[in-house]
Design a protein around this ligand. Sequence first.
Ligand code: NDP
Ligand code: DXP
Ligand code: MN
Length: 381
Amino acid sequence: MKSITLLGATGSIGLQTLDVIAEHPDQFKLYAIAFGRNIKKAQEIINKFNPAKVVVLDETIRQALQIHNSYTTFLVGKEALQEVSADPNTDVLVNAVMGSVGLEATLTAIEHRKQIAIANKETLVTAGHLVMDAADKYEVDLLPVDSEHSAIFQALNGESYRDINKIVLTASGGSFRDKSREELLGVTVADALKHPNWSMGAKITIDSASMMNKGLEVIEAHWLFNMPYEKIEVIQHKESIIHSMVEYADKSVIAQLGTPDMRVPIQYALTYPQRLSLSSSKSLDLVEMGELHFSKMDLNRFPCLDFAYQAGKTGGSMPTVLNAANETAVDLFLHEQITFLEIENIIEHAMLTHNNIQNPNLETINAIDLEIRSKINESYR
Ligand SMILES: NC(=O)C1=CN([C@@H]2O[C@H](COP(=O)(O)OP(=O)(O)OC[C@H]3O[C@@H](n4cnc5c(N)ncnc54)[C@H](OP(=O)(O)O)[C@@H]3O)[C@@H](O)[C@H]2O)C=CC1
Ligand SMILES: CC(=O)[C@@H](O)[C@H](O)COP(=O)(O)O
Ligand SMILES: [Mn+2]
């Protein structure tokens, strides 16, 4: 029986993780949760799963929750994310919060040698070198939840990294894949939130539309699989059936396929190296699908992908700038304070005006993250 601490329990990945836990009550027990502001959903989760620990952002949220048992303990504030991650009763940390706020929890879980299922890609983008150094030092595996990275992880099983020609990440193209850049001028938040294949949280759905999601995933793949950027390719695949693939030295390509269902990679990260049944997930029927489509990525159409390659290759503090600028710009767009195309302008400007710092430590990363967010918010809010 694995005891699970779930950060971001009320979100898209969080709720699907709870589906997996509920399907296998003999394998998993929900030990602790953390969430943000969705009190209604959190209350439902607490009523159903009775976690021993609940992390809340502040006292107001704690008071709004009704607990009818004597053993649930509340922890308050950002530091509590680290406290539950280090808790001796946590076997597995599922990090499914949105944004770089998840960084310290990941680092703490590594230092306490927890099994880590990582959905929170911003952690690896903003401080991949710190996370991977810590994972090496404490000999901890980071088990990817992101569908593409889970696919690569499965395709790499047991092979030597030396024998790999390249990793190929697939991109659906997002909600605006059939629009020209001119047609992007008038798009709305509601339009951007209509992803063709996946039902996900708002921020990642906007990232998919701008292609920044794939950019973040390129950096995530670089760190998780120790792969140079030159060996990471992105192609468009509009059905999201091939979740990603690896080409080996002999040109053999191993891909992982399946219907778009995040419960599959979530469960694999929880059960690795075993597999369990997942009755709620649908079988892939390729005959019914008939066709799969692929095309080349156009970096002029999707400049955010180009920005991410540039930030990744530059290294140092540039990926932190990319991530902080993107998180802030997407939030402004979601609040209808900027247009969709301004997301790109804000990121490009933040990168062009940044004096890069090599090998930044955690303090420097946090300071740069804060500075970038403040500057953008001062200009646009
Ligand atoms: N959704 C998906 O299919 C996929 C997501 N990912 C990655 O997984 C992560 C989560 O994505 P997704 O589930 O879509 O996002 P959601 O926006 O749906 O959920 C985010 C979760 O984080 C919580 N949260 C936000 N801020 C804090 C905070 N300061 N402290 C504690 N909890 C907080 C939210 O709480 P609340 O809602 O209560 O405010 C919510 O539970 C992201 O990094 C994303 O890129 C990767 C692959 C696929
Ligand atoms: C489900 C998942 O892993 C998302 O990151 C997904 O990849 C988004 O789709 P696109 O970024 O390919 O549109
Ligand atoms: Mn993905």
